[in-house]
Design a protein around this ligand. Structure first.
Ligand code: ZN
Ligand code: ZN
Length: 138
């Protein structure tokens, strides 16, 4: 994934590539894991971009609505943001508190189909986190 591809997705969602938007997307591309809001702000600040809270919040809402960025809630530590790169879930280390995003296969989506069939309940989404210890903390 690169900035050109992200720009196409922004345009496909009816948006323009503003300076702030480009800086936000570049900072996500430059980070290797999900970011809390404060991490997003720090990465932006390093790029000389310091949007106020409202602007940044509005920017994230646009990117989430366009399916370009995902927002997840990690218990007890607030919201985290990252680029959408397929079906992913988070590994949360109870030692160093690192949150890692890992690709996930589609068996959970098959479970959602089963829930529709057996429970007559249409699932729109799910949240799943794994808690444990990373290699360093084990
Ligand atoms: Zn750890
Ligand atoms: Zn899932």
């Amino acid at each position: 994934m690169d900035i050109r591809e992200l720009e196409q997705r922004v345009r496909a969602a009816g948006g323009r590539m503003t300076k702030t938007r480009r800086a936000v997307l570049e900072s996500f591309l430059g980070s290797d894991g999900p970011q809390a809001l404060i991490g997003v702000r720090e990465a932006l600040s390093k790029r000389g971009c310091e949007p106020d809270r409202t602007t940044l919040y509005r920017e994230l809402r646009f990117l989430i609505g366009a399916g370009i960025v995902s927002e997840s809630g990690i218990a007890k530590r607030g919201r985290i943001y990252e680029l959408v790169r397929g079906h992913r879930h988070h590994l949360v280390c109870l030692g160093c508190r690192e949150v890692r995003s890992v690709p996930f296969d589609d068996h959970l989506h098959r479970e959602e189909e089963r829930i529709l069939r057996d429970e007559r309940f249409r699932v729109l989404g799910h949240e799943l986190e794994f808690y444990g210890y990373c290699e360093r903390c084990r």
